[in-house]
Design a binder for this molecule. Sequence first.
Ligand code: NAP
Length: 350
Amino acid sequence: MKVTMEVNNRYITIKTHIEGAPKESDFELKNAALALSIEAGSNDVIVKTLYVSIDPYQINRMKSYSSSRKATVAAAPINHGEAIDGYGVAKVVVSGNPEFQKDELVVGFVGWGEYKLVKGGDRLRKLDPMGFPLSNHAGIFGYGGLTAYTGFLEICKPRKGEKVFVSGASGSVGNLVGQFAKLFGCYVVGSVGNNKKVALLKEKLGFDDAFNYKEEPDLKATLRRYFPDGIDVYFDNVGGDMLEAAVANMNLFGRVAACGAISEYTNASKRASPNMLDAVYKRIKIQGFLVSDHINLYADFVSTIGDHLRNGKIQPLEDISNGVESIPSAFIGLFQGDNIGKKIVCVAED
Ligand code: NAP
């Protein structure tokens, strides 16, 4: 008689659609037996999650409606009770797919759980850690890193000596944008939500300056103070009032990379209304982008970042919590400014 092994799989689901700021009671830790076997003849793969990336965009998937839905499969809705997919590092436990062997490391869309059956092995690829910690592959070598790299180079099109402003500057994307901008020879100022983060940007990451936006009642005046000669490039992670203030302070032919609008994700009544006369007369380019548009640059990105990390020119900034049960609080913390750097949950050690 053939005996099929099974494991107890703990995973996170939402109990209901989330419209405002997420809270612990919106989430549930579920337990279910998972048979470690796959359908004969299928290309399915069962993986064990090691590290999962915790990302703000998931909140838009958890709402009853979000205008982001039509643009990309990555924004597909998450319904209550369903397992939640998310980028991360995992180990193959069982594979019917000739591309993946048992015990190999993979990266891709695993999930907010201990195990996942990945249909057809879709959106997974083999991982060569290249001597770097596995967490780096959910972090700096993952989508956050690629977003910073491609958003800054392809959308902002920076020139040496230009004045760069980045919001959300201690987060996964923002801290790297600032570090890339410094390597590029730009003048960089970051905005963050507390004074510990201000010190970190200036003392550890090499930003020229930084400020705590929560202590600044008039953001337009604040940016005028930090950029008396105006802003050439604004890398926008937050939207809202900060976008309005940045546009008011942009120079002629300034560029705004609209990467994210986290200040608007949990507050439906908040919408930036930048002065469009400024946009027209200063010929400002405001461009939204998705990291998925730039996957063709992934190999170039990995080799550049790998070199920078080896040479100590870039600091990886990670904020790691442990255990599947900590995923909800890790996610909630993104909207409260708890994380410093890339938020990752270590679900299991290799
Ligand atoms: P993150 O910055 O690591 O984490 C979120 C941070 O946002 C928090 O630590 C907090 O820092 C800040 N924040 C939270 N609520 C805020 C508010 N109301 N106003 C201002 N700041 C607030 O997240 P991330 O992964 O790097 O993502 C940054 C942005 O990029 C997000 O908007 C995300 O959706 C977007 N994104 C876009 C793409 C793309 O393809 N376009 C890809 C990845 C990420 P403070 O303490 O500074 O407030």
